[in-house]
Design a protein around this ligand. Sequence first.
Ligand code: T5A
Length: 216
Amino acid sequence: MERNALFITFEGPEGAGKSTQIKLLRDHLTALGCRVVVTREPGGTPLAEDFRNIVKHYHGEEPLYPATELLLFEAARAQHVNHVIKPALENNSIVLCDRFTDSTVAYQGAGRSLDRAFLQELNRFATSGCLPDLTLLFDLPVEVGLARAQVRAAKVENHNDRLEEEKIDFHHRVRQAFLEIARAEPQRVKVLDATLKIEELFEQVKQQVENALQRV
Ligand code: T5A
């Protein structure tokens, strides 16, 4: 089935269940005959995955400063948009991207207290205006998401994650920032209750995506 290009991003606090829903949606859309590209931020290209490794797992003696962290996320994004997202959209694919620019506003803006207007400007620069048609915000209490992430982390040897390990206040600010973005852009950002069971949540995901496909 030939479909028009559609760019969908998945956002939310830690452990919200985005990756789980992306896999289900990829299989569903593929079965419908759509061309689907699944990707993530930070990452999505070999070079951007190198930046991901630093921002997620760096634990050296020299501090990784908030400005450095921000620029690494944006460098990864510029690489990713140009190398993967734009070509996929030009090829009429549906792009499912795990995190994008809203994560920068939430984590580096609200979490690290960096200037949000400046972050928006940097996001515009890194994406050269390539913005999502639809953003699904998986909202849940941060304690619930972190507990899920911890259960999963316990299964991985030598797990460390700089952002996941931030204080609980950091994660509360991140969640509130995501909800503010949704209130400011209700056309693009749809808030879903991520405490629902996987199957129930997926019904809502499909509904939102179907609505978006009818608009393009
Ligand atoms: N970041 C990212 C920034 O600070 N700035 C930026 O600009 C960008 C782009 C990325 C980190 O980088 C930060 C944010 C992040 O800290 P990541 O590993 O990609 O790191 O982290 P997350 O995106 O948070 O991914 P997670 O894998 O932690 O969470 P997901 O994908 O939301 O959740 P998922 O699907 O892996 O599920 C987590 C666990 O919960 C279970 C799953 O089985 C799994 O065990 N689960 C459910 N349990 C109950 N009910 C449900 N509905 C469930 N759905 C899944």
